[in-house]
Design a protein around this ligand. Structure first.
Ligand SMILES: NC(=O)c1ccc[n+]([C@@H]2O[C@H](COP(=O)([O-])OP(=O)(O)OC[C@H]3O[C@@H](n4cnc5c(N)ncnc54)[C@H](OP(=O)(O)O)[C@@H]3O)[C@@H](O)[C@H]2O)c1
Length: 327
């Protein structure tokens, strides 16, 4: 089969669509002809050698896919060759074929393109699990979402608004802030021009927020702790700004705060299956009916994966960047 192979030229990753060894599948798995996958920030780090796949996972990039079932393991029930599915993967999505446990599959609606299917699993499951399972967001609460116009951010805004929570966001351009407002954010702060903590405290009448979804990390730590209310939760999902920050334990103890780090990719399979099935029961029907919508920025051919990575690395995307395979 063909897959993206990472080469290095002058310390920069070069992604090439090349012939690699065919893959197999286990009795509890299906083999899928991948029709579309998507770029995630983890792929950029992995291509630079900073984020190795978890033990046992494919070395090939790609944390999600949409496609058609090509072969079925002996222990799998309920699926047929040709079924249109999408799934989270621990790796291996940037390839003509990927193997996935049958329990991780979600059936795509007939009227969805594979491009839509490839835009959902990684960012919506990340937003869902971190807002509700890690962050325990409630309808009468306020959430601050950093990188609000990211794939995860645009999903998180919609989920939080859907249950009735108030949403504040940060983002780095007027175009991105405007889209976050359209999706339901009542406060959208350009973090390049203003101190988000001042804006959050002013808008909330000094009360702050209950939950923060933070992919930025170290540089935001102290401001995040300052704007959390008593009993607030900080859920860190990324380190876009770096690992080191200033910490004031007086704020943590004084307000009974909780600091949570969470990584979807490294969770045990049983937990990922649980998250997928819980999402399928709760919010998936709202995606199928169009109440919630994946935010798709652009579609590249898989052969242009390098250009797609460079586009995402320049922070130009608003929502998902999809990689489409021929056929
Ligand atoms: N822990 C997990 O399980 C998990 C799973 C999925 C994703 N993630 C993480 O969640 C984050 C979002 O992922 P995504 O795929 O949705 O990303 P994305 O769509 O590529 O968007 C990321 C955005 O973050 C903003 N950004 C970049 N560097 C920044 C910095 N130093 N300070 C503030 N903002 C910055 C940029 O937007 P602006 O133009 O607004 O600056 C950029 O476009 C990433 O950090 C990713 O690694 C974590």
């Amino acid at each position: 089969m063909k897959a993206i192979v990472v080469h290095s030229e002058a310390d920069k990753p070069v992604l090439k669509w090349e012939t690699v060894a065919d893959i197999g599948y286990e009795p509890h798995e299906v083999l899928v002809n991948v029709r579309a996958t998507a770029v995630n920030r983890a792929d950029l780090s992995q291509a630079r050698g900073h984020y190795p796949p978890p033990p046992g996972a494919s070395e090939i990039l790609g944390l999600e896919m949409a496609g058609e079932i090509a072969a079925i393991g002996d222990a799998v029930d309920g699926w047929a060759i040709g079924d249109r599915v999408c799934a989270l993967l621990p790796g291996g999505g940037y390839a003509e074929q990927a193997a996935a446990p049958a329990d991780m599959l979600v059936r795509m609606p007939d009227d969805w393109s594979f491009i839509t299917g490839a835009a959902v699993m990684e960012v919506w499951l990340t937003a869902f699990s971190n807002l509700f399972m890690e962050g325990d967001l409630k309808p009468d609460e306020t959430i601050l979402i950093h990188a609000g116009a990211s794939g995860v951010g645009t999903s998180a805004i919609q989920l939080a608004r859907h249950i009735g929570a108030a949403v504040y966001v940060t983002a780095g351009s007027e175009r991105k802030l405007a889209r976050c407002r359209e999706l339901g954010a009542s406060l959208a702060v350009n973090y390049k021009e203003a101190d988000f903590s001042t804006a959050v405290m002013e808008t909330s009448g000094g009360r702050g927020v209950d939950l923060i979804l933070d992919p930025v990390g170290g540089p935001y730590l102290l401001q995040n702790l300052r704007v959390l209310r008593a009993g607030g939760r900080l859920v860190n999902i990324g380190l876009l700004g770096g690992t080191k920050g200033e910490m004031d334990m007086g704020l943590v103890l004084g307000k009974s705060l909780r600091l949570i780090g969470s990584r979807l990719r490294s969770k045990p399979l049983s937990q990922k299956i649980g998250i997928t099935r819980d999402f399928e029961k709760t919010f998936w029907p709202l995606l199928v009916s169009g109440v919630l919508k994946p935010e798709i920025d652009s579609v590249y051919s898989i052969t242009e994966a390098r250009a797609a990575h460079e586009y995402v690395a320049r922070n130009q995307n608003l929502g998902k960047v999809i990689l489409k395979l021929d056929g």
